[in-house]
Ligand binder design. Structure first.
Ligand code: ATP
Ligand code: MG
Length: 391
């Protein structure tokens, strides 16, 4: 019977002195995710370069979905752990081989054995051990043939101080860094395709992400808000939870529409959004703002427009999608399961007030001139928006 899942982590093994923190964060995240998904508190053991999730009588498959959503795991394998006695190892290896053949529906099977001996005190060398195990498998399995290159089953044995781990299958993890290991950031979350992907990429590099959404209720619908909450929920599958800050933006947009020239609305709106986001970020100890912008996609995403947005903000504004093509973004959004929500039709606040001919190269002086009419009110409006955020 499987009693462990062996979890490998790659990048975080390289972190030298910080490794302990990274690893503890990874363990914490695995436990939290499993607790949320399965309402079960798993035991996770930490050994040189590996984590072991103890199955406690459960089937390994129950855990795959959780493990597939955790950054920092490079791969994992359901494994049978036994001791360092040769007879036990032989018997357990046979069980694993037969189990693999049964699950693949094979009666005739080509296999190979790979032994890794991390416990150098173990008296038999790896090549000798491979021969002993292979011979035992062949003797006890009709229809079995050894083939080093063209095999159906790779039977792996890792002989380690804490025991021998025997497995035949490995699944890819998400890689990246455990969420929380890089600090905190806010993501500007619209209802579109791009920003959830940008938030996900921030998470992938270890950022705990909080979402900031600007809504223009009643110009935009209640469903538009629900949509953003649902997107945040899908994103939370990768970080256990995502806090959403819902910023009332209607009054500000009305003021912009009233005072500012039509084709300057979008750049001005972006600048105010970023200022509000920066204020929220500071209150929440966040060190960066992430957006779903990618270069040249629309008028507000030209280099000149991005300069205008960045100018009002001291915190760095990161745009993880800057070099992506739309299809590449769509592919990720499908993979992370946000696409079907993002493509629901509810209006975004930008589309409600959008100009017919937005400028592609807004001149900073022109924007500032246009903003002058708002100047008296703008600080107060930002302060009020931040004060009335719904969390
Ligand atoms: P998305 O698919 O993320 O909506 P987009 O290609 O539609 O992006 P824009 O609408 O120009 O591009 O928005 C650019 C970025 O500005 C978004 O990715 C998002 O980070 C931010 N943004 C736009 N509208 C909002 C909003 N209502 N609330 C929060 N952030 C927003
Ligand atoms: Mg959009």
């Amino acid at each position: 019977m499987y009693n462990h899942i062996m979890i490998r982590y790659g990048e975080i093994a390289l972190k030298g002195k910080n490794q302990k923190d990274f690893l503890n964060r990874l363990i914490h995240n695995i436990k939290e995710q499993i607790k949320t998904d399965l309402d079960f508190n798993p035991t996770i053991e930490k050994e040189m370069g590996r984590l072991y999730l103890l199955l406690d009588g459960r089937a390994p498959e129950e855990f795959y979905d959780s493990l597939n959503h955790i950054f920092g795991i490079t791969s994992y394998s359901p494994a049978r752990k036994t001791g360092l006695e040769l007879e036990d190892i032989k018997a357990t290896a046979l069980e694993e081989l037969h189990g693999a053949m049964a699950s693949m529906g094979l009666t005739n099977c080509k296999f190979r054995v790979t032994v890794k001996r991390a416990e150098k005190k173990f008296p038999i060398t790896s090549p000798e051990m491979q021969q002993i195990i292979a011979a035992h498998m062949l003797k006890n399995t009709p229809g079995l043939k050894a083939d080093l290159h063209n095999y159906d089953v790779d039977l792996l044995l890792e002989i380690r101080p804490e025991g021998t781990f025997i497995y035949t299958r490995s699944f890819e993890g998400l890689r990246g860094l455990p969420v929380g290991s890089s600090g905190r950031g806010v993501v500007l979350l619209s209802g579109g395709i791009d920003s959830p992907v940008a938030g996900w990429l921030a998470m992938k590099r270890g950022v705990t992400v909080e979402a900031v959404h600007f809504h223009s209720y009643p110009y935009t619908s209640e469903q538009a808000k629900e949509k953003v909450l649902e997107l945040a929920k899908r994103m939370a599958k990768y970080s256990n939870r995502v806090i959403v800050h819902m910023v009332p933006f209607t009054k500000i947009q009305e003021e912009i529409a009233h005072y500012c020239h039509d084709n300057m609305r979008i750049p001005i709106m972006r600048r105010i959004m970023v200022r509000i986001a920066e204020e929220i970020a500071r209150q929440r100890d966040c060190l960066a703002i992430f957006t779903g912008d990618n270069l040249g996609q629309v008028a507000s995403q030209t280099m000149a427009s991005l300069v205008a947005t960045n100018e009002v903000c001291e915190l760095p504004v990161y745009r993880p999608l800057i070099g992506f093509d739309k299809q590449e973004i769509v592919d990720i959004s499908l993979k992370i399961d946000t696409y079907d929500i993002s493509t629901q039709p509810y209006e975004d606040c930008c589309t409600t007030f959008v100009a017919k001919h937005p400028v592609t190269k807004p001149n900073l002086n022109v924007i500032k001139h246009s903003e002058l009419k708002l100047a008296e009110k703008i600080d107060e409006m930002i302060e009020e928006a931040v004060r009335t955020v719904e969390v």
